[in-house]
Design a binder for this molecule. Structure first.
Ligand code: FES
Length: 198
């Protein structure tokens, strides 16, 4: 008699746990509908890269770049897509996406201008260049226009030609405040978005 009561109470607990799990899953799906999907080009690039590694972890960064290139920024949904595509936990993908400055979690201008203000650049007038840039664009550091996103960056490996700005894969070197107009004009007709993955 006691034995059957124990079995019944265990069954009851199991059913309650199952119901809670189903409810949590439905709630999660409702909050996070997966309407984004990778292009076939990105998926085949990821497949090719996967052949080089014994696990999926090394693919997180290129997959984030591909998502950023395709969707403009890394929304929660884009991170879920990366996690689901690679079969990795969402917190792992979230951790990588929020650690590196090249990943954008919010929508922003097409070309990110990474203005180095580290020692060599600072000593050669980087803050004057940065001031000229932000005042011409009418934004604060970290802000965006439709075309540009302005970021203050640590050394971008062009100390011999300081001060320097990196836009996508293109460097602007030995800058002075008077060069900012020409740089912006060039980049307006030749945007250099980041996150190009070969
Ligand atoms: S300090 Fe600016 S590029 Fe190195």
């Amino acid at each position: 008699m006691n034995c059957s009561r124990d079995v019944l109470s265990q069954l009851g607990a199991l059913t309650a746990m199952l119901a809670a799990l189903i409810f949590a899953t439905l709630l999660y799906k409702r909050k996070c509908p997966m309407s984004l999907s990778f292009s076939s080009d990105s998926l085949s690039k990821l497949d090719r890269m996967a052949e080089r590694y014994p696990s999926k972890q090394p693919l997180v960064m290129p997959a984030l770049h591909m998502a950023q290139k395709e969707f403009g920024h890394l929304s929660d949904e884009a991170l879920q897509l990366v996690a689901a595509t690679l079969g990795l936990p969402y917190p792992h993908v979230y951790g990588v996406a929020t650690f590196y400055t090249m990943y954008k979690r919010e929508p922003s201008g097409k070309t990110t201008l990474r203005v180095c203000t580290n020692v060599s650049c600072m000593l050669r007038g980087a803050y004057d260049v940065l001031d000229s840039l932000t005042s011409k664009l009418g934004v604060e550091v970290g802000g965006s226009t439709e075309d540009f996103h302005v970021v203050e960056e640590e050394c971008i490996a062009k100390c011999a030609n300081a001060p320097a700005i990196l836009a996508g894969t293109k460097y602007f070197l030995d800058l002075e405040p008077k060069d900012v107009d020409d740089m912006l004009t060039y980049l307006r007709s030749n945007p250099h978005p980041e996150s190009e993955v070969a």
